[in-house]
Design a protein around this ligand. Structure first.
Ligand SMILES: NC(=O)c1ccc[n+]([C@@H]2O[C@H](COP(=O)([O-])OP(=O)(O)OC[C@H]3O[C@@H](n4cnc5c(N)ncnc54)[C@H](O)[C@@H]3O)[C@@H](O)[C@H]2O)c1
Length: 283
């Protein structure tokens, strides 16, 4: 299957990063969000990163203009009718993703692969919203997308070999290394990462250490490039909470119980870097 036009639903921190790597690889891109403010914010971020590459001499101004020229913005999901492959990167809420997949099912021709960048929701549950479960797959990029090398590919029970091959090939085309995981809550990446982050938040909650000391221990003691609390802020605390909820309900095991402090921060709108405040301040 020859993918020429790549659709991205959601232009937030992951969606605009995915749109960027797809456009850099030479594909035509349609980047969709619910309103123009959000798509323009996404486009602004892409422009900023490409300009930085030009300033550093890593990209020519002509290439930057050509890449931006390949990105069409959209506030109407029906525009996805023109895409050969769609990846959904809207917020981590099951009901919302279900609705998007039901809508995409009616908008996109039946041969089009519908991928999701979900951090934890089982692919089979999303696939069951469509009449093409063989063409539904997890394509899980890491944050920040233009920098991180991994794409975790999650195959649902019904995902076909062809869907897997096309998705792997696209990840490679984007300059990424694919790794395959089975369809269980959190897959590999967040099954391991999020319980660690949640435990770091429990350390803060129970007074074992302050933010700086918790992060310093993990950076200097465990050689992690970022501390878990700074990483949680980067991921987005709403996403972290959503993943922990999925692990908790998916495995029905109290060891995955989200820390009450994480829930409190999300309820207060302290979502991390994207809202300007989380465990650290970003003003
Ligand atoms: N943040 C991370 O580190 C990370 C890493 C891997 C995967 N993910 C996953 O990627 C997805 C997006 O996360 P994010 O960090 O980019 O969140 P974000 O909050 O930055 O962006 C989400 C975007 O989705 C848009 N949106 C909401 N409803 C929509 C709809 N019906 N149609 C189109 N767009 C809609 C929002 O307006 C927003 O712009 C989530 O499923 C998340 O779990 C996040």
């Amino acid at each position: 299957m020859d993918v020429k036009t790549f659709g991205v639903v959601g232009a937030g921190q992951m969606g605009n990063g995915i749109a960027q790597v797809a456009a850099v690889s030479g594909l035509q891109v349609i980047m969709n969000d619910i309103n123009d403010e959000f798509v323009q914010k996404g486009l602004k971020n892409i422009t900023k990163l490409l300009t930085r590459s030009v300033d550093k001499g890593k990209m020519s101004e002509e290439d930057k203009i050509a890449i931006l020229g390949r990105i069409q913005t959209s506030v109407d999901l029906k525009d996805m009718a023109k895409a050969d492959f769609v990846v959904e990167a809207a917020i981590e809420r099951e009901d919302l993703k279900f609705q998007i997949f039901r809508d995409l099912e009616s908008i996109c021709p039946p041969e089009v692969i519908l991928a999701t960048n979900t951090s934890s929701i089982p692919i089979g549950r999303i696939a069951s919203q469509t009449k093409r479960p063989d063409k539904v797959i997890g394509m899980h990029f890491m944050n920040p997308v233009p920098v991180m090398k991994l794409v975790e590919i999650i195959r649902g029970l019904a995902t076909s070999d062809e869907t897997l091959t096309v998705t792997r090939d696209l990840a490679v085309k984007f300059g990424k290394t694919p790794a395959e995981a089975s369809d269980y809550p959190g897959f590999i990446s967040n099954r391991i990462l999020l319980p660690m982050i949640n435990e770091a938040i429990y350390c803060l909650y129970t007074g074992v250490g302050n933010c700086e000391d918790i992060d310093t221990v993990m950076k200097l003691g465990m050689n992690h490039p970022m501390g878990p609390l700074a990483l949680a802020d980067l991921i987005g605390l709403d996403t972290c909470l959503a993943v922990m909820e999925t692990l908790y309900s998916g495995f029905n095991d109290s060891k995955y119980r989200p820390c009450p402090l994480l829930r409190k921060y999300v309820e207060a709108g302290w979502l991390g870097k994207k809202s300007g405040k989380g465990f650290y301040n970003y003003d």
